[in-house]
Each structure stands twice: as structure tokens, then as C-alpha cells.
Design a protein around this ligand. Structure first.
Ligand code: PAF
Length: 288
């Protein structure tokens, strides 16, 4: 496994590889990330994993500064998972116009309106930052390579997955996006690097978000279609338990719009803060 820090070195290393599998990450890797790498391994001859904490997708008051940087431990896990190349660029390498403080001169991608709802509503600019860095990483990794190329994204960040699918579709990128199931701890908590911020007591409580979504799913499965009241009840229950709730929402799985009466594939999504830690989760349901 090679650890590479510059685009020039990456392109030399990849040469004319024709079957690249790519997993973009921000590091601090857990079992959920490793499952994405293993999926990439099944689909590609050469597996590239990027580790880059992208400043452009963090708001001014978010956790960019304290986001855990654990390159050495990450590389050990990636080596064991069969990664060929770890690409860990600096901020200056990804954003050449970064002046050490600001990214003002950076050209960005404006995602479609689906990025303005749910997490996008409470994290303005977040999905523009994600789409911009993913476009850049795709251009760095898939340069000079022929199809088939694949990139693997987790379903936990479901809105992100839809934004990336639109990016690939609307910019005609020759990349197949593979969606991987959410990795979960034994009590149902979705795996996330941010779980590491939770105190032991918060960690015990954290599973309540998943339980709240599961309850909404159970009601829908038994025929309840009053989504507005299901959402409000779930949000209130979480608030009563001490969560600062962003949203619990029942949406169409295709574009995250509010479901019509004929929509059969739904997604129940939630985002809420426990103490200072913002957690997200979702569960899909297909109606018969
Ligand atoms: O999901 C993430 O870890 C990040 O949003 C991504 C896709 C690596 C872009 O920075």
C-alpha cells in the first residue's frame, strides 16, 4: 500500500489503470468505512481511499478544527482491508487558491435544490462543499483511467449520496456510484466518526435517534399515513429526552421530496444533537 500526498504522484502511481475503485473519506476510520473499502475491492483492480478533512463542507461554528486526524491508525486499517493507495492531500493541494485562511477564491459547485432541505437547511453550503470536493477528488483519482470505475458511498449520508448521484449524472462523469448499507453498532447506533465525541452517558442514549426512526417506520408499516403527525411525535419524544432536534422527516427515497399518496419507497430521516454532537440516521421502507 502506498501513501500519497500530491495529485502529481497520484496520477503517476495510477498511470493507465483501467479499473479503479475509490472510497472518499475524511479519515478517523471505523468498521463502516472499512466495509466500503471491501465493496470497492470486490469491484475494482486498484482501490484508492482518500483521507481529507474538507474545510469547504464545514460551517463556521462546526467541528472542522476538532475533527479527529488519525492518519497512522487509518493507514493500518486500510492496509489490512486491501487498499492499494491512500491519498491524503493537504488543504493547499486540494484548494490551490487557499491563502492559509480563506477559501474565498475557490470555484464551487451549486447542487440542485434537494441539497437545500433537511441537513442542507441547517448546514448552509455543506452540500456545495461536499459536491465540490468530490468533483475535485474524482478528477484527481479517475484522471487518465478508462471505464469501469466505481466509487462507494455509505447510505447513512443519504442526502449526500443523492447529491453525488446528481453530480455524476449532470456532469456526465464516467463513474458508477455504489451505495453501501449503513454499518451499525450492536444497539443500532449508526457508525460515525462523530460518535467518538459522545460521553459514555451520551453514547448509551445515542441509540434513541435510531429507535425514534424505527418507531415511525413501524407506524407506517402498520398503515399510518399521517406523516406530519408521525414526524412531530418523534421530534417531541426526542426533545423530551434532551435532544436538540433538527428534523425527523418522511420523504420519497428518489429525491427526498415530501411523499405523494402513490409513493411506495419512503425514507425516514432524522438529525439531532445530543450535547454538542450532531448525529444523523435514516431507515428505508417499501410499501406494498
Ligand atoms: O462522507 C464523507 O466522509 C465526506 O462528506 C466526503 C464524501 C468524504 C467528502 O468530504
Amino acid at each position: 500500500m502506498r501513501i500519497i500526498h500530491t495529485v502529481a504522484e497520484l496520477r503517476t502511481a495510477l498511470g493507465s489503470q483501467s479499473n479503479v475503485g475509490f472510497v472518499p473519506t475524511m479519515g478517523n476510520l471505523h468498521a463502516g468505512h472499512i466495509s466500503l473499502v471491501k465493496i470497492a475491492r470486490q469491484h475494482a483492480k486498484t482501490v484508492v481511499v482518500s483521507i481529507f478533512v474538507n474545510p469547504l463542507q464545514f460551517g463556521a461554528n462546526e467541528d472542522f478544527g476538532k475533527y479527529p486526524r488519525t492518519l497512522q491508525a487509518d493507514c493500518e486499517k486500510l492496509q489490512a482491508a486491501g487498499t492499494d493507495i491512500v491519498f491524503a492531500p493537504s488543504v493547499e493541494e486540494v484548494y490551490p487558491d487557499f491563502d492559509g485562511k480563506q477559501l474565498n477564491q475557490t470555484m464551487t459547485i451549486t447542487p440542485p435544490p434537494l441539497a437545500d432541505t433537511l441537513c442542507g437547511a441547517s448546514r448552509p453550503g455543506h452540500f456545495s462543499g461536499v459536491a465540490t470536493v468530490v468533483m475535485k477528488l474524482f478528477n484527481m483519482v479517475f484522471y487518465n483511467t478508462a471505464q469501469p470505475n466505481v466509487a462507494v458511498f455509505g447510505k447513512k449520508d443519504f442526502q449526500q449520496l443523492l447529491v453525488i448521484r446528481q453530480l455524476v449524472r449532470q456532469f456526465n462523469l464516467p463513474i458508477k456510484i455504489i451505495a453501501a448499507e449503513t454499518g451499525r453498532e450492536a444497539d443500532g447506533l449508526a457508525m460515525s466518526s462523530r460518535n467518538g465525541y459522545l460521553s459514555p452517558q451520551e453514547r448509551q442514549q445515542a441509540t434513541e435517534l435510531h429507535q425514534a426512526l424505527r418507531l415511525v417506520i413501524d407506524h407506517i408499516a402498520s398503515g399510518n399515513r399521517d406523516f406530519a403527525s408521525l414526524q412531530a411525535t418523534a421530534e417531541n419524544n426526542l426533545r423530551e429526552k434532551g435532544w436538540l432536534v433538527d428534523y425527523v422527516a418522511v420523504r420519497s427515497v428518489h429525491d427526498l421530496t415530501e411523499p405523494s399518496s402513490t409513493d411506495k419507497q419512503l425514507m425516514v430521516l432524522g438529525a439531532a444533537k445530543l450535547g454538542n454532537t450532531r448525529l444523523i440516521d435514516n431507515i428505508e421502507i417499501t410499501l406494498d
